[in-house]
Write a protein that binds this ligand. Structure first.
Ligand code: GCU
Length: 421
């Protein structure tokens, strides 16, 4: 009997853990939870002015996200040197000026460099630009044969012809559909991109990438409150901005941080930590990006920390299956971007990223834009598919899957024309 009870108890416990880790795609299963108020301090004080927001609330939220979610950067590290590897004022059939610039960093007898691919519209002086990472190397975003191929570690991808974790000609142009270069240039914007693996390879290994340059003696991995990979990639975006401040061909005051998916989480964190970014775009960023964690819809904190243990700081693991303990939610990450323009975009078939949670996050962040008399998302009702809301805080849900499409770029350009340019 005893044996029978303990056996059924084990089966019960096992089924519970399976139930717990099942992915919720049903709105009726979203738990009730209190959305933390962006304008109420941790001590319960109401924030009703820009001054109080900037002096009290913004810093405490930023501090919390640094220590508990993305991880703080242990030291400052500036560009040691940069080299223009290549430039051509007649690129893309005469439509663009192209530059490829390597930024180098040195510390602890170690060095790291990453390369920015920059296209600028030929007719414009000091144009604004979109800056965003790519997943498989700068040469994948275009068929332009002059784009240099990265030698950094890359995830294999059969359909892109990527083998042995290294890149070659086979993958050139494989991701052109995600980068509407012609549209961007025609609208008078520049485009800058970096292969994210050059800043930190996307593996659960902290011996490589930028982290190791900033270790203390005998340190082999970040401390529980120190930077994971998302914070490392965001750091790289800020260093690219440092470079733009030195490059007279670009307008460093008008750089928009763009990113898709894990790199959308990255652009949001870059915009939150570096107020020099003039605007931020989150394309399908989902869990740990724009989506509210407490909804536990689609990907959850537990799932993301399980599959990608290196993306956030170790402290974030305290919230695995324990969202209640989080005193913030992702709308407060978005609020750190105020009063600058922010665009959150979802895709209908991208339920893993919780489109409704991304929308609500933009909605709940909006009172902070109101403080600055800027227009956020005013209604809690989600717009219909392919009916964008354009204001300082913009949102759309387009038809289709997890991706970046021309439709997304057309909307980003329209929004940038009005709110950033
Ligand atoms: C996975 C991950 C997401 C992430 C996505 C991506 O699906 O679970 O959190 O956004 O990869 O970066 O493509």
């Amino acid at each position: 009997m005893k044996r029978l009870i303990s056996f059924s108890f084990i089966i019960f416990m096992l089924s519970m853990s399976i139930v717990q880790s099942q992915t919720v795609y049903d709105e009726s299963k979203v738990p009730n939870f209190k959305v933390p108020d962006a304008l109420l301090t941790f001590k319960g004080k109401k924030i009703n002015s820009v001054k109080k927001w900037e002096k009290v609330r913004r810093p405490e939220l930023l501090h919390y996200f640094k220590n508990k979610v993305y991880g703080r950067i242990p030291k400052t590290l500036e560009i040691d040197s940069y080299t223009v590897l290549e430039e051509d004022s007649n690129a893309l059939n005469g439509k663009a000026k192209r530059k490829q610039i390597a930024l180098s960093f040195k510390h602890n007898n170690k060095s790291l460099s990453f390369t920015i691919l920059l296209y600028l519209p030929k007719e414009e002086q000091n144009p604004p630009l979109f800056l965003g990472y790519n997943f498989y190397g700068n040469h994948t975003i275009t068929n332009d044969e002059a784009v240099l191929i990265s030698t950094a570690w890359t995830r294999n991808n059969e359909s892109f012809g990527i083998k042995n974790n290294s890149l070659d000609e086979a993958s050139r142009g494989k991701r052109t559909h995600r980068w509407a270069i012609e549209k961007i240039l025609k609208a008078g914007y520049g485009l800058a991109t970096i292969y994210y693996g050059e800043v930190d390879p996307d593996t659960n290994d902290f011996s490589d990438g930028i982290h190791s340059l900033l270790y203390n003696k005998n340190q082999t991995q970040p401390k529980p409150d120190e930077w994971g990979s998302i914070a490392a990639w965001s750091w790289g975006m800020s260093r690219a901005l440092d470079y733009f401040e030195k490059d007279k061909d670009v307008n460093a005051n008008k750089v928009i941080a763009f990113g898709h998916s894990r790199l959308g989480k990255t652009s949001l964190w870059a915009g939150a930590t570096d107020q020099r970014f003039a605007g931020v775009i989150s394309n399908n960023s989902g869990c740990g990006g724009a989506a509210l964690s407490k909804r536990k819809f689609g990907e959850t904190i537990e799932k993301i920390n399980h599959s990608f243990p290196h993306w956030f700081c170790d402290n974030f693991k305290q919230f695995n299956n324990n969202e209640e303990a989080l005193v913030v939610d992702q709308h407060q990450l978005l609020s750190l971007i105020a009063p600058r323009p922010l665009y959150v975009a979802s895709a209908e078939e991208d339920q893993w990223a919780d489109p409704k949670g991304e929308f609500l996050s933009a909605y709940y962040a909006s009172p902070v834009w109101d403080l600055y008399n800027k227009q956020g998302i005013e209604h809690m009702q989600m717009p219909k598919v392919n009916e964008p809301i354009h204001s300082t805080v913009s949102y759309h849900i387009r038809s289709g899957k997890h991706d970046v499409t021309d439709y997304d770029w057309e909307n980003y350009i329209k929004w940038a024309d009005t709110f950033v340019k």
